[in-house]
Design a protein around this ligand. Sequence first.
Ligand code: SAM
Length: 246
Amino acid sequence: MQITQNIFSGNGRVALPIVPQQSDDPLAGYAMQMLRLRPHTAPLDDVLREMEIVAANDQIPIIGPLEGAIIQTLLKMRQPAPRRVLDIGTSIGYSALWLARGLPDDSHVISIEIDPQRAQMARKFIERAGYHHQIEILEGDVMELLPTLGKFDLILQDVIKHIYFGKSSKLSLQLLELCLDHLVDDGVLLGDNAFCMGEVLHENTTQLPAQVLGIKAYNETIASHNQLDSVILPVRDGLWLSYKRG
Ligand SMILES: C[S@@+](CC[C@H](N)C(=O)[O-])C[C@H]1O[C@@H](n2cnc3c(N)ncnc32)[C@H](O)[C@@H]1O
């Protein structure tokens, strides 16, 4: 994790760097190698692979194949199968495809993206992968759209590291509250970037950008929440897995 100098340069309010998709841990490499042995599904796996290349070349953050496969498997194991799933932060549609892959054909993914160009790219990839009937992309700000959307069986939150959440460290907690309001009892909340590229280890908070402070507050609130059973899976940049008790 060599990226800290980017965050503390200038006035400390620069965008956070994206997470490398490949870890230099040889065991994480082995896990990736095993993942590549999974039976291939066309056209989905071809499109996902292409998206991984586009993301790497254009520095677009995506959850990557390990997190994707964990999320797909988790969805497959839920009984009854989730009917309505929310993906917060579509980007180019990579996580939405892994979510849809974990669901029966008649379940739906709603995915929210603030950047119209990214949403457009996502629609094209999703169409080519053959999942356009199952995934709906909504363009706009999650803080405005989510209150209009009803309840979900599972929510994947993958936005709090974004520059948008640098406006105030309180935004991450508002988003968490909103997610919990829109999650059914017995539902699952997933959250990416729990480690914030290692920045969460900083004890001295006076110089930390609002995004990092927001993620630290988000983490501590989830960890101690009396309605949730939660754990960080230490995969890539840390994936929160929370179960909401009824
Ligand atoms: C880390 S990327 C999501 C990656 C995606 N989940 C994947 O793995 O394919 C975060 C995305 O959230 C979007 N975003 C940031 N703030 C947002 C907001 N307030 N509402 C909706 N989308 C937002 C960004 O434009 C960016 O594309």
